[in-house]
Write a protein that binds this ligand. Structure first.
Ligand code: MOS
Length: 752
């Protein structure tokens, strides 16, 4: 199915590796956040506002409070102090909804939490929440999907700090566009989308004296700790966050939402552990969504297909209070060579909950627009879309002026074309048939950032020949347990089944967020350094323990391979396992710590570090019954060294299936009357499922990128979703002759 990378001799890096946590998951031993139970634990159910704009004039909790089994109804009048939080240096203290819950009487989006019922059972808490009577002074909300940029200054504040609205500029794009012999000027729209991880957001808060422990379904235990410590006025060491398994997040669990401080405040009040698990419906309100984007793309080109200018002007929705930045232009300045370019953005406030990162934030909707525009330009020029891209391949990152650390996009196109059979394409609309179906073929390129976050790890080598590797990062279903095990095994020679992995706990050495496709790349050097330090201790023991064959040697004379110590430059077979040396020294274990500094947001980078790739997509179209399906996708990714090719292919396949959803199905619709998301259930918010999944063929190039880490691994969690919607919409055009520029493509769009 995929190009198998050739692993270096004996290395476990770059191999198909079955998930080390698989047996725990399929036997039910894996504990997700709401699988942890505590004596006396109570259940919290939030009350969500049923208006999207206005004020609460009266909150009547009398009936709810009297219900048997109810311990408290928390609201603005009795919640107690919750402070605000601010971002700290580095990637800390990040939060998309800064306003502490219940801070004022103002309602700014439908479903905003306005009270919390706390009771002995979930059912009682739900009944009590439903019994809370609220009176509002409601005003008409603005959830208009047509966007005009708000009047704002040239520099605006966002969740990630101040941003200039002029993202990037070079040359004279206006003049170049005006004079270009061939022009394209189109606007592309991507809808509000709601992350729908299988596991709902959940949190359980426990207080013991002045320390707070949170079991939380999060993609970042360390960041969550820093936000919650601020909100409760505690030193960070008094807050512990535990996340052992996450039923995915897609970005909705990257940053804390208001249910965490609510659970903590409730547990403080009632003196017992409190758990909140959100209902699916609430997940459409209060835990983020991908903002709606409206992106105008202008391309100027020569008749031969050389780009002369590129304008990318995008507007996205933001919530009333907060400032998630949907960075649609992030990949635009360097995807293609173009001398004249401008990328700029505006924002439009709407009465919706906080926007959030959703798999491939910014660049995924951004590349949909720019890649769709490239495909339209190819049609206009009568040039093959692959050829148009090859014609505009840059030598360096023209946005930053830096060389790429590693870019092999042309090889992706070549391999993708070959595997897909692109040479058999007849570009005439509706001309290709198979088994009575009309075929449509389309393609697109993609990219995603590569970098490291700060990471630290601990590695123990133990007298029974086992190894333990630990880091306060998370496995959100992507395979981080397995990656950590592979890295520790690679460096220590301990076989995979003897490596124990601990993660998801802030009491471990601080690890990276599971976000930005950056976790894997971040942990490599930290785990290797920790292993090296532990191995250094083993060598010290080897030279200093009575009875060891290495006594009185200098540790530098010793080598370490496959878990055994030996004398370098000595071919005699005296190799001693570290477990033997530990037992001889009467030691249970040695421990090593490793750190690796982040590169994300480096103000003075030497290289532009990005992954690249492409998708080739086939749709089938039956005009008689208006049935459209994505039948086949070939994806080629240039993402450095793939540490686990099995989990890696799985990431890209999953992203492509999500891309089918993005292109054809997913959108959240807000009711213009009351501002409620209308299709707020899994029955009405349609995601792609197995029945919608095409055959997905994934190929990885194998160019390790040593700028990122020692094995050259870049992340692959998000790139698979980049570009795929543009490939599918171009295939739709090829099959049907209908050009849809507003996602998702609906059947009614094609009934013309
Ligand atoms: Mo991803 S949107 O960085 O979880």
């Amino acid at each position: 199915m995929a190009t198998q990378q050739t692993p270096p001799n004996g290395s476990i890096i770059g191999r198909d590796t079955v998930r080390v946590d698989g047996p725990r998951k399929v036997t039910g031993l894996a504990q997700y956040t709401s699988d942890f139970h505590f004596p006396g634990m109570l259940y919290g159910v939030p009350v969500g506002a049923t208006i999207a704009n206005g004020r609460i004039t009266k909150l009547d909790t009398a009936t709810a409070e009297k219900m048997p089994g109810v311990h408290a109804i928390l609201h603005r009048g009795n919640i107690g102090k919750i402070y605000r939080s601010i971002p700290g240096p580095g990637f800390a203290g990040i939060c998309e909804e800064r306003r502490p819950p219940f801070e004022d009487d103002v309602v700014r989006y439908y479903g905003q939490f306005i009270a919390l019922a706390v009771a002995e059972t979930f059912e009682t808490a739900k009944a009590a929440a439903d019994a809370v009577r609220v009176t509002y002074a409601a005003e008409k909300p603005n959830v208009d999907p047509h966007l005009v940029a708000d009047d704002e200054p040239d520099e605006v504040m966002t969740t990630f700090g101040p941003r200039k609205r002029l993202d990037n500029q070079r040359g004279d794009p206006d003049a170049a566009f005006a004079n270009a012999p061939v022009k394209l000027d189109q606007t592309y729209v991507t809808p509000f989308e709601t992350h729908n991880p299988l596991e709902p957001h959940s949190t359980t808060a426990l207080w013991e004296n002045q320390t707070l422990t949170l079991y939380e379904s999060t993609q970042g235990v360390v960041n969550l700790r820093s936000v919650l410590a601020q909100m409760f006025g505690l030193p960070v060491e008094s807050v512990r966050v535990i996340t052992k398994f996450v039923g995915s997040g897609f970005g909705s669990k990257l940053w804390p939402w208001t249910l965490c401080p609510l659970a903590a405040a409730a547990a403080r009040q009632v003196g017992k552990p409190v758990r909140i698990v959100l209902a699916r419906k609430m997940m459409f309100h209060a835990v983020g969504h991908r903002p709606l984007t409206q992106q105008r793309v202008r391309l100027g080109a020569t008749r031969e297909g050389k780009l002369l200018s590129l304008h990318h002007d995008y507007i996205y929705t933001r919530s009333i209070l907060d400032a998630h930045h949907e960075d649609c232009g992030e990949g635009t300045p360097f995807q293609y060579s173009v001398p004249n370019l401008r990328v700029a953005f505006g924002r439009a406030k709407r009465h919706v909950g906080g926007g959030a990162d959703m798999r491939g934030p910014g660049r995924v909707p951004g590349l949909y627009a720019t890649e769709a525009a490239m495909n339209e330009l190819a049609r206009q020029l009568n040039i093959d879309p692959v050829k148009l891209r090859i014609l505009n391949e840059p030598k360096i990152d023209e946005g930053s002026g830096l060389p790429f650390s590693s870019r092999h996009l042309l090889e992706c196109f070549e391999l993708g074309s070959e595997k897909f059979g692109w040479s058999k394409r007849n570009p005439v609309v509706g001309s290709m048939k198979r088994d009575g179906l009309t075929l449509g073929w389309g393609m697109a390129g993609c990219s995603w950032v590569a970098a490291r976050f700060d990471a630290s790890a601990n590695v123990q080598l133990r007298d029974d020949g086992t190894c333990r590797v630990a880091s306060a990062t998370q496995d959100i279903g992507t395979g981080t347990y397995t990656i950590l095990a592979q890295l520790a095994s690679e460096r220590t020679g301990v076989p995979l089944n003897k490596v124990e992995v601990e993660l998801g706990d802030t009491s471990l050495p601080e690890g990276p967020l599971s976000g930005g496709s950056i976790a894997t790349g971040s942990v490599v050097n930290a785990v290797f350094a920790a292993a090296d330090q532990a191995i250094g201790s083993i060598k010290m023991i080897a030279v200093s323990t009575p009875g060891s064959p290495f006594v009185n040697r200098n540790p530098d004379e010793l080598g370490f391979e496959d878990g055994k110590v030996f004398v370098k430059n000595d071919n005699s077979a005296n190799r001693i396992a570290f477990s033997d040396l530990l037992r001889r020294a009467k030691l249970r274990l040695v421990s090593g710590n490793g750190r690796s500094a982040g590169t994300f947001g480096d103000p003075k980078p030497k290289f532009s570090t990005q992954s690249f790739g492409c998708h080739f997509a086939e749709v089938t179209w039956q005009p008689e019954i208006a049935r459209l399906r994505v039948s086949r996708v070939v994806s080629v990714m240039d993402a450095g060294k793939i540490i686990n090719t099995l989990a890696g292919r799985n990431q890209i396949q999953g992203a492509v299936v999500m891309g089918v959803g993005m292109a054809l199905l997913e959108h959240t619709e807000y009711d213009p009357q009351n501002g409620a998301p209308i299709n707020s259930s899994l029955a009405d918010y349609i995601v792609a499922v197995n029945a919608d999944a095409p055959v997905v063929e994934v190929h990885f190039l194998d160019y390790p990128d040593k700028e990122i880490n020692q094995v050259g691994a870049r992340g692959i969690g998000e790139i698979g979703l980049a570009g795929i919607a543009a490939a599918i919409t171009d295939a739709v055009y090829h099959a049907t002759g209908v050009r849809v520029r507003k996602l998702p493509v609906k059947i009614e769009d094609l009934l013309v």
